[in-house]
Design a protein. Structure first.
Length: 490
């Protein structure tokens, strides 16, 4: 109710109203104690900077901690990426299929005309058919360093007529000779347009036939220069100049093609790859001959040799690959036959991919081809050489648990033992006796799982931090004790 005061002001007189209800309070059993607040479970509470103290030893230990942690983390990451290599033995359950055998040898004292390769069964002593490719290259010199040309077994008179092999007045092929000019896409058209006739060798570094032809081609180029024949000799690396070779419709390597100006003259050269045959073909097509006296034919070295490159398939039964001197048109003098040889490569199975080889340890790589890059010299007459090889089928499983996935492949490891012995009165020979092991080896290259790597990283960081913290505390305590004693003594 409202009343008016004599002074003119209104006053409010409260009537009897019920009091307001009290605030609701939870029962004591539902109240959250202060100790159960979210801040109470904070494991990473921060200490105010005002309450911390910096010290010289702390700075030194901090720098040491950074260096130590960085080094350990880098080493741990490298170890994780490289992985580990483990091997286990199991029964060889591979199918009974032929196994590829690759041989690359130089026999500097055995002519290609006499060199014969044969395959024999070890248990029955019967000769087996040789399935695969065999290529021979004539060489001369004490180590077969001078390449004379490719040997063709189908032509029995190939090596008898030396003038036909090299060509009259031709230069003898030899390693390291570089006479033909290398063309590029930028210089190809200009070079060919500037000459009436050009002879071009399209090749690639990975082509084995191109590598065999290279010394003969350079010797042919030098012969053309010395005989002053008006034909330019060039070469094109089709691995570098892929666009140019595709534009010239080069489908195989090596491709030997004559150009009149910039126009190709077909057909391409298909003859024997010797200096003499190249000269004869060029002169037949271009009608260009020597314009001055031909150089005298260089004398061949007295002892001719042969480079043997064989890729054959052999059975899994024990056998022998025999290399000896034999000819249907000659009587071989056993005492004068020298089968000294240099093994460039000898292996079973297909070559391992680089991605697999780079993950294998050196101790395992040595057993892939233990005979490679080794000389085996006959010290006297009537000496033969035997190479005993134990072949083990090997399954490589690399990267099986690493970060980048894995791949599986199959190869072969070898153990070898070589000996030489007197073989009189038989003709000396080189024998590769191989035996397939009934067991196989599983080589696993892997690493830890990613969560194992993270666990080790956390352990490294936490352990290093804890140890250095204990060292810092110990140093601080010792210094403090020393100072207190010095203060008491003073």
């Amino acid at each position: 109710m409202t009343h008016f005061h004599p002074s003119g002001h209104r006053s409010v007189v409260e009537t009897n109203k019920p009091p307001p209800p009290p605030p609701l309070c939870p029962p004591p059993s539902l109240r959250v104690p202060a100790t159960m607040k979210l801040s109470s479970v904070d494991l990473f509470r921060q200490i105010p900077k005002d309450l911390t103290q910096s010290s010289n030893q702390g700075v030194v230990l901090s720098a040491l901690a950074y260096v130590l942690l960085t080094t350990l983390l880098v080493l741990e990451t490298i170890t994780f990426l490289r992985g580990t290599v483990e091997s286990s033995v199991m029964m060889d359950l591979s199918p009974d299929a032929p196994v590829p055998l690759s041989l690359h040898m130089t026999l500097p004292s055995l002519p290609c005309e006499l060199l014969t390769v044969s395959l024999w069964d070890q248990s029955s002593g019967q000769q087996l058919p040789l399935v695969g490719d065999i290529h021979k290259t004539m060489v001369s010199g004490p180590r077969g360093e001078n390449v004379l040309g490719t040997w063709d077994d189908s032509d029995p008179h190939f090596a008898n007529n030396r003038a036909a092999v090299l060509g009259e007045g031709a230069v003898e092929p030899r390693a390291g000779l570089d006479e033909s000019e290398l063309l590029s896409s930028a210089s190809f058209e200009r070079a060919l347009e500037g000459n009436e006739w050009s002879f071009v060798n399209f090749h690639t570094p990975w082509c084995s036939w191109c590598r065999k032809l290279s010394p003969t081609w350079e010797a042919f180029a030098l012969t053309v220069h010395e005989k002053d024949i008006r034909v330019k000799v060039y070469k094109v690396d089709c691995e570098r100049e892929m666009t140019l070779c595709r534009a010239q419709a080069v489908g195989g390597y090596p491709t030997l093609r004559i150009y009149k100006r910039a126009v190709p003259v077909l057909p391409e050269f298909r003859g024997k790859r010797t200096v003499g045959d190249l000269l004869q073909w060029m002169e037949t097509v271009t009608h260009e001959h020597a314009h001055r006296g031909a150089a005298e034919l260089r004398t061949l070295q007295q002892h001719e040799g042969c480079i043997l490159v064989a890729s054959v398939r052999v059975s899994r039964a024990p056998g022998n690959v025999v290399i000896t001197a034999q000819s249907a048109a000659h009587d071989v003098d056993a005492a004068a036959t020298n089968v000294s040889h240099f093994v460039h490569h000898a292996s079973f199975g297909s070559p391992l991919r680089p991605s697999v080889r780079q993950r294998l340890p050196p101790s395992m790589l040595r057993h892939l081809a233990p005979l490679d890059d080794r000389w085996f010299v006959s010290s006297s007459a009537h000496q033969s050489h035997d190479h005993y090889v134990k072949v083990v089928n090997t399954h490589y499983r690399v990267g099986s648990s690493s970060l980048f996935g894995g791949e599986d492949t199959t190869g072969y490891q070898m153990t070898s033992a070589s000996m030489r012995y007197g073989s009189a009165p038989k003709v000396p020979e080189v024998r590769l006796a191989y035996d397939m092991s009934p067991t196989a080896v599983l080589v696993t290259h892997g690493g830890r799982r990613w969560y194992e790597f993270l666990t080790s990283v956390v352990a490294i960081v936490g352990g290093a931090y804890t140890v250095l913290g204990l060292v810092d505390s110990a140093i601080f305590s010792v210094r403090k004790t020393v100072k207190e004693r010095q203060g008491k003594l003073s």
